[in-house]
Design a protein around this ligand. Structure first.
Ligand code: FA5
Ligand code: MG
Length: 423
């Protein structure tokens, strides 16, 4: 059983997002702290590094039409249905996405605009769309509930296959001459990652190669040449509107960092856009801009991109790459909060509700939240949870009294909204 309780009770009748007022309902779960991020528009604000990356990508995909200002408030139809997400896909749940109400939500990916943009794209056209996207995710160095994506797509007319093969040969030569080390994935698993039934290998394989080669040469052109080779690897992936699908990872600080997902768009999706899948096929990708900016600018923590501290902003120049110098961090404080869940409630509620309440009350002071204890007490028949909250500001040093006050406010909010009993 899923939790349908509105965690933001007492909920106001309306909420205002980017100056527009919407009625709330039992689906509303957008906290004010997240709503406030929509106005930041980092990806079009120089000298922010995400704006620089957006422009570098646009420079690589010459002739692709750019969409940089599409509003983040979309319908679930656009975000999910237009792409063939099944009705029970977990991404649709209130625990994973931010809803203004049942009818409108914050886009969870730039793919929400695919169908609309394809509709106005001419035959054999290409386009890019860069935007802020929102997901109820856990928070750590490489995950944040608000981040940025660039979506890219290219329509290819089947009469142009020879040109495409020649282009692929040229791109392959550039990669062979470079310092990039690419592990390709030619795994078209017929069950999990099949070619579409109407697609012949001799037309679709060059398209899949073109997709991977255009992306690999993008990284070749934006990562400055260095003595260390850049390691990238392709693996199979799954998306409801592409097949076959792939993921690209890059090696950064001794770990593989996921940069993007991509694939060959399903005929069914192409058919929805006014193009004819019998002669027009398309590849599409969606890449995380912070995930590219982190290795490119040496930014060690995704939360820094949202910093208002001038020690962050003044390190960047519009359109230029530079290496971020970490500035000293203010001291942290930790507080543990333990509580009993309501009698009879043993699960089924969304852990994301818990993280969101803590973040909503604690705002930017909350650097990290970890579940440190979870047990079942035979005696009283109740489940107990404990979380450790790390408080630290990126802007200032925070007094002990303020940390205590915020911790008390968090306890009060958890009690009021999740009906827990603080231990
Ligand atoms: C998607 O969002 C698909 N829309 C991509 C796509 C487009 C597939 C077109 C096919 C065709 P995914 O959920 O994997 O896929 O996200 C894409 C990228 O966004 C990830 O590879 C990662 O770089 C970035 N990303 C995802 N979640 C987060 C997060 N919480 N914080 C920062 N970056 C994230
Ligand atoms: Mg992914």
């Amino acid at each position: 059983p899923r939790n349908t309780r509105n965690i933001h009770t007492p909920s106001p009748q309306t909420i205002t997002v980017l100056g527009e007022t919407y009625p709330t309902d039992d689906y509303t779960n957008l906290p004010p702290t997240i709503a406030a991020l929509l106005a930041r528009r980092l990806h079009v604000t120089p000298p922010h590094p995400l704006n620089t990356i957006r422009k570098l990508i646009a420079g690589h995909f010459e002739g692709f039409k750019c969409y940089d200002n599409l509003p983040a408030v979309v319908t679930p139809e656009l975000n999910f249905d237009s792409l063939g997400f099944p009705p029970d896909h977990p991404g649709r749940e209130r625990g994973q996405s931010y809803y203004i109400n049942r009818g409108v939500m914050l886009r969870t990916h730039t793919s929400a605009h695919e169908v609309d943009i394809y509709r106005e794209t001419p035959k054999s056209g290409g386009w890019l769309c860069t935007a802020d996207v929102y997901r109820r995710d856990e928070i750590d160095r490489s995950h944040y509930p608000a981040f940025h994506q660039t979506e890219g797509a290219r329509l290819v007319n089947l009469v142009d296959m020879d040109k495409l093969r020649a282009e692929n040969d040229e791109l392959r030569r550039r990669i062979a001459d470079s310092k990039i080390i690419m592990k390709d994935c030619l795994d078209f698993d017929p069950v999990t990652n099949p070619l579409q039934s109407s697609h012949l290998p001799e037309t679709v394989l060059p398209m899949a190669q073109n997709l991977k080669l255009r992306i690999t040469t993008l990284f070749l052109s934006i990562f400055p040449p260095s003595s260390d080779p850049l390691h990238v690897r392709w693996t199979p992936d799954i998306f409801p509107w592409t097949s076959p699908s792939f993921q690209l990872e890059v090696r950064y600080r001794d770990a593989w960092l996921e940069l993007l997902g991509c694939g060959i768009v399903l005929d069914a999706t192409i058919a929805r856009t006014g193009h004819n899948p019998v002669d027009e096929r398309s590849w599409a990708f969606g890449m995380g801009l912070e995930r590219i900016a982190m290795p490119l600018f040496g930014v060690p923590d995704i939360r820094l991109f949202w910093s208002q501290d001038e020690r962050f902003w003044k390190q960047f120049k519009d359109g230029q790459l530079s290496t971020f110098q970490e500035f000293s961090k203010y001291p942290l404080s930790e507080r543990d909060v333990a509580f009993w869940l309501p009698l009879g409630e043993v699960g089924g509620w969304e852990e994301n509700d818990l993280w969101d309440i803590i973040r909503e009350v604690g705002g930017d002071l909350v650097e990290d939240v970890k579940l440190i204890d979870d047990f079942w007490h035979e005696g009283n028949g109740r489940r107990s949870l404990a979380v450790r909250i790390t408080f630290r500001s990126m802007e200032r040093s925070v007094e002990r009294a303020e940390v205590n006050k915020v911790t008390d406010d968090i306890k009060a909010a958890l009690t009021a909204r999740l009906a827990v009993e603080i231990r």
